[in-house]
Design a protein around this ligand. Structure first.
Ligand SMILES: [Zn+2]
Length: 449
C-alpha cells in the first residue's frame, strides 16, 4: 500500500506536467491530495481508488495552476469601456473619471467576483491584485476559494476609498492587519506609480510595508512618457529615482518595466526586485516591449500578468502566454529568444516567486499546496500532442481547463463552478453595464440584452 493515509482527492489516468519542462512529463500517472497538500505525484496507476473524491483524468493533463501576477480585478466591470487609446488619454480622459464616478465597495466586490469566475474558468489558481476597497476583493477571493496577494492602493490625490494619502495609509494599515492571518489571502500595499505618488508617499509606503512584513507593488517604467515625466521632474529615470530614494529591494514588485537601460536592469537584479511582465496590456496601450529576456538572463524573478481587464481585455493567462512567447520573437526577429517553456515557467514558478509563495505553489511537488488544474486535451485543436508545453502556450485557451483545485478544494469540476454563483455574477455584470453605459457619454457601442 502506497498511501500513508487515504487521500481526500485522487486524480488518475492523466498525463502529468509537474514543472514547466516538457522533459519532466509523466505520460500517465496519478496525483493524490491530503489536507490541502500534494500527497503523491506518481507514474502509472494508483494502488487503490479509495478516496473521498476521485477524478478520472483520462485524455487530460494535470499541471500546476497558473498564477496571474498583476491584475486589477474590479476593473473587469470596465472591460471594453475605452479601447484603442494611448495610456495617458486612456487614464486621464477615461479610466480615472470612470473610477471617480463608479468605484464603490459594491462595484469592487461585484467586479472581483466576475474576475475570480473568469480566472478559475481559465485555470488561474492564484493572483496578485492592486486596487481600492481591497477588502472587497479579499471577500470575493475568499468566497471563490482563490489564493491571492491583495494590495490596497494609495495615490497623492483623493481615491474612491480615501479622501487623502494620510487616510489611504491608515486604510492600508487596517487592511493588512485584518487579513494578515488568512490561509489563502495575503495582504500587501499598492503604490500606483511614480507619476501618481510623491517621493514622500513612496517612502512611507516602503516603511509601512516593511513594518507590517508585507510586500509592496508599483507600476514602473511602463511608457516612454513616464520616463520623460519622471526624468524632467526628478532629473533621474524611474528606476534611478527609486534607487536614489533607497526604495529598490526584494520586497518590491515592479509591474511592466518596459523602458529600462542596461544599468537599470543590473540594478533591479542586484536589489532583488521582482518583476511582472504584462505583454498584452503593453501591446494594447502601445507602451512597448519589456526587455524580459535580458531580465531573465540577469536572474530577476519574472511573473506573467494580464493587468486589468480595461487594458487587455481578458484575464486568460493561456492567451497571455501565447502573446508573451511571440511578441519577443517578432520584436527581436529571433524565434529562439522566448521559448514556450520559459513562458510557462513565468506563469507558474516565476509567478510563485513574485507572490513570495515559491515554497508553497508553482509546481506539483509532494508537500506543496494542492493548486492543480486539469486541462482537457481531447479536443480538435489540441491533437495530436508532440510537445505538451508547446500546446499549452501556442494552442490551448483557458476554455480547455476542465477541473480546478485550489488549496486541495475543487472549485471547478467538469467546467461547473462550485464556489461561485455564475448566473448571479453575470446578471450583476449586466446590471453594471446598463448603469455605466447609460450614464457615461464615453461609453462606446450599444448594449446587448
Ligand atoms: Zn496595472
Amino acid at each position: 500500500m502506497d498511501f500513508d493515509l487515504p487521500p481526500d482527492l485522487l486524480i488518475h489516468g492523466a498525463a502529468i506536467l509537474p514543472f514547466s519542462q516538457a522533459s519532466q512529463l509523466i505520460p500517465r500517472g496519478w496525483v493524490s491530495i491530503k489536507d490541502g497538500r500534494l500527497q503523491k505525484v506518481a507514474p502509472g496507476d494508483p494502488p487503490s481508488l479509495s478516496a473521498r473524491t476521485v477524478i478520472d483524468g483520462r485524455g487530460c493533463l494535470i499541471m500546476p495552476g497558473l498564477i496571474n501576477s498583476h491584475i486589477h480585478a474590479p476593473m473587469s466591470l470596465f472591460r471594453g469601456l475605452a479601447d484603442d487609446l494611448p495610456l495617458k488619454t486612456w487614464f486621464e480622459d477615461h479610466i480615472f473619471p470612470a473610477e471617480a464616478k463608479w468605484v464603490t465597495a459594491e462595484f469592487v466586490y461585484r467586479g472581483a467576483l466576475l474576475a475570480c469566475a473568469e480566472m478559475i474558468r481559465a485555470g488561474t489558481t492564484a493572483f496578485a491584485d492592486g486596487y481600492f476597497f481591497e477588502e472587497q476583493v479579499a471577500k470575493a477571493a475568499r468566497q471563490s476559494g482563490m489564493r491571492a496577494l491583495l494590495s490596497q492602493g494609495t495615490l497623492d490625490f483623493p481615491t474612491p476609498d480615501s479622501p487623502s494619502p494620510e487616510a489611504g495609509l491608515k486604510r492600508i494599515r487596517n487592511f493588512i492587519g485584518a487579513w494578515a492571518g488568512s490561509a489563502t489571502v495575503r495582504p500587501a500595499l499598492f503604490a500606483h506609480s511614480l507619476y501618481t505618488c510623491s517621493p514622500e508617499l513612496l517612502i512611507r509606503c516602503r516603511d509601512l510595508a516593511e513594518e507590517l512584513g508585507a510586500p509592496w507593488i508599483i507600476h514602473l517604467s511602463e511608457t516612454r512618457g513616464e520616463v520623460d515625466v519622471i526624468s524632467r521632474k526628478y532629473g533621474r529615470t524611474p528606476v534611478d529615482h527609486l534607487e536614489s530614494l533607497g526604495l529598490l529591494s526584494s520586497n518590491l514588485i515592479a509591474c511592466h518595466c518596459v523602458w529600462l537601460t542596461e544599468a537599470e536592469m543590473d540594478l533591479l537584479a542586484e536589489r532583488g526586485v521582482r518583476v511582472v511582465h504584462n505583454p498584452e496590456s503593453n501591446m494594447k496601450l502601445a507602451s512597448g516591449v519589456a526587455p524580459i529576456p535580458d531580465l531573465l538572463k540577469r536572474g530577476v524573478p519574472v511573473g506573467l500578468g494580464t493587468d486589468g481587464c480595461a487594458s487587455n481585455n481578458n484575464l486568460d493567462l493561456f492567451q497571455e502566454m501565447d502573446f508573451a512567447a511571440k511578441v519577443h520573437k517578432v520584436h527581436r526577429l529571433d524565434p529562439t529568444v522566448m521559448p514556450a517553456e520559459t513562458v510557462l515557467e513565468m506563469a507558474t514558478q516565476g509567478g510563485a516567486r513574485v507572490l513570495g509563495m515559491e515554497a508553497e505553489i508553482g509546481s506539483l511537488e509532494v508537500g506543496k499546496k494542492a493548486d492543480v488544474i486539469v486541462v482537457d486535451l481531447n479536443r480538435p485543436h489540441l491533437q495530436p500532442v508532440y510537445n505538451v508545453v508547446s500546446h499549452l502556450v501556442y494552442a490551448a485557451t483557458g476554455a480547455d481547463v476542465r477541473d480546478v483545485i485550489i488549496d486541495g478544494k475543487i472549485v471547478m469540476q467538469n467546467r461547473q463552478l462550485l464556489t461561485l454563483n455564475e448566473e448571479e455574477i453575470l446578471a450583476e455584470a449586466r446590471k453594471w453595464r446598463n448603469k455605466i453605459g447609460s450614464k457615461d457619454s464615453r461609453s462606446p457601442g450599444k448594449s446587448i440584452e
